[in-house]
Design a protein around this ligand. Sequence first.
Ligand SMILES: [Zn+2]
Length: 254
Amino acid sequence: MSPFPDELPPLDCHAHIAPDVTPTQIDALQGAVVFAVTRTPAEAHRACRRRDARLVWGSGVHPGVSEALDAFDLQQFRATLRHTCLIGEVGLDRRGNLERQRTVLAQILHAAQDQAVLLSLHSTGRTGPLLDLLTDQPHPGMILHWFLGSPTERQHAIALGAYFSVNAAMPDDILTSLPLTRLLPETDFPASRRTTGASRPGHIDRLEQRLAQLHGMTPEHLRRRFWQNLRELTTRTHVLDRLPEPVADWALEA
Ligand SMILES: [Zn+2]
């Protein structure tokens, strides 16, 4: 147990930040640690070459963005994994052709096999097909982002060993049905601005307050739980050493 749990910064495991973000804009995040996912291979290419002390950049191909699927190239995607330990955002989405999305995601999961990476997985409207794919090609680093599957699907995802990044727009019954030890916080900023009340990436106060209340703990303890969960996940996936040094230190200290 850390003697200084309240010194841990806010953690946001899924938000959108432009890869040309300036130091001033990063300062405006008020010290938050943010997993910054990308939507297209072009965006990922730029993002994965950045080095920021508190940002973990993702290599993504958003399933709901047709141009992103068009631009996907397996060799280029593999190359991004030399620079980053985060794949995201990837997954399946109700918009667009399921087969096409599935083909791309299967290649991504194959490329991720035996790699020290985390995956931030989108599943809007296609939770069942996503779980089918993950059952065939499971990965220890999978984080289901804003997962709204049925109770049976949630149990299935838990049994597969998945982690869940959750936000303040998710209903109480879903939040409480997921094991606290598998939860990570997210804002999905800016997509969810209206529903989560997050005013910037890393602004997870509302989520922390609500979840803390649901679990009868203080927001400070909950934040420490999130960091401990990140430590567990990044240890089992060998991602811990690939995180920016201050981020790894907070995870270890939590
Ligand atoms: Zn997103």
